[in-house]
Design a protein around this ligand. Sequence first.
Ligand code: BG6
Length: 525
Amino acid sequence: MENYRYPEAAGLVIFGAAGDLARRKLVPALYDLFLDRYLPERFAIIGIDLQPLNDERFRQRMRESVGQFSRRGKAEDATWHAFAQRLSFVSANFSDPATFTHLGQQLNDLDEHWNTRAIRVFYLATPPMLVEPIAQQLGKARLARDRKRTRLVIEKPFGSDLASACALNQVLTEIFDESQIYRIDHYLGKETVQNILAFRFANALFEPIWDRRYIDHVQITVAESIGVEHRGGYYDRAGALRDMVQNHLLQLLCLIAMEPPVAFEADEIRNKKVDVLQAIRSIEPDEVHLFAVRGQYDAGWIAGTWVPAYRSEPGVAPDSATETFAALKLFIDNWRWQDVPFYLRTGKRLPARVSEVVIQLRPAPHQLFPPSAVGDWQPNRLAINIQPVEGILIRFQAKQPGLRLCLGPEDMIFTYKQAFETPSPDAYETLLLDVLRGDATQFMRSDQVELAWSVVMPILDMWAATPPDFPNYPAGTWGPEAAEMLLTRDARRWLLPSFPVTQQSGMPAANQQPTPLLVDGRHKR
Ligand code: BG6
């Protein structure tokens, strides 16, 4: 059993500390960890960025960010001051070797002051093109050498295709040992995503039915109602397949499809995920249209507001061929999953913000009830809602009350909110703490990243080579018609979210209130 330890002392260096990620996610998450006493007494955060800020201005900015983005809301004076003492800022150029010499000196001074050898975390919250040069500079300044106490954290996107990801892995592993590299996929830090492992492997109830004999198909939906917001410049070079499928959706698929690990250990769990990625049937170029659908949103209604088409968003080319929607059908070629389709879809400007995995079971093998009793017959279904509800639903048939024999579907529902009083931590709290403890279980290993790229490469290549007919879905709808066809060809359909979620599509309602989405017509009651 691996032994992950809370460090006694740690210095966290954030490259790109004046940027969005540090402001919205990292510092608020660190503050929440501080409030919950998860950070060691001897802890320092050094922010580095080009902007001409000093410690005071940086602290002030971070306090505003915490007020806006921490799940605890505004910081109180006393706790904030205790936290802010640990924050400092260096205005410096990432390409200047002196920046790194100075940083090394600062970290040595902390060690001396704390009278220990602290854990050092270098968090690259920078645009992707800066990852390699910063890693090189860290190497040259001999800041990468100590394998046990030095860690490098890298945000996605990790490369922009298989070749660039391999090249980046090559460079990084010449400087750092693989065990020092933490490639973040923030979905893996979400409470409900982590719960998939507990749900599957801490219960004896589900594993016996978790295969092709009982499961008809799996649907993974990660829908967003937001557009590209202020990220048009980045997104237009990425698209839904690179931005969401290569990482978040494939990781969800791995958690659903993996074999039971022998132990809850980083490499064991990652090996099992790698097995899944390796078993995904590759898609031949001439078959891409049968397995993958792309879409781009047009103008439409979201939450009662008319929103512009993707091509009119800031930073987006007016003739952009970038997809804002992707749907895939994948097969996993192994004993457990042979011929069970995994349908994946994700998109921006869809009718609701909802991430859900649905395991659709096969119908009962023999129908012994008279047809008159089974009007609304539905096979069992298991839905894992990752957000916004954070819950699990099991749908089963039950006798409806009354003297006549009449069966109908009913839902058994578990939600985190109802079951626990404690609110879930933000994914970044979990992941930052894991890095400090040296637990890489929820991070992507180099082979995982590369295999995930291999899965999407035939689609990316084919899409790049063939001009799309965009835009092909209005904002506020569930994507292009071809996405429906992907399932209707298999005599199936995309399922609406299993939990009631707020519908964001449609024109303004008379009372301006968003209306609850009907779930297979079942929340009318
Ligand atoms: C990010 C993508 O990784 O995930 C964004 O780059 C997307 O485009 C975001 O909006 C979704 O994350 P969440 O946690 O809001 O579902």
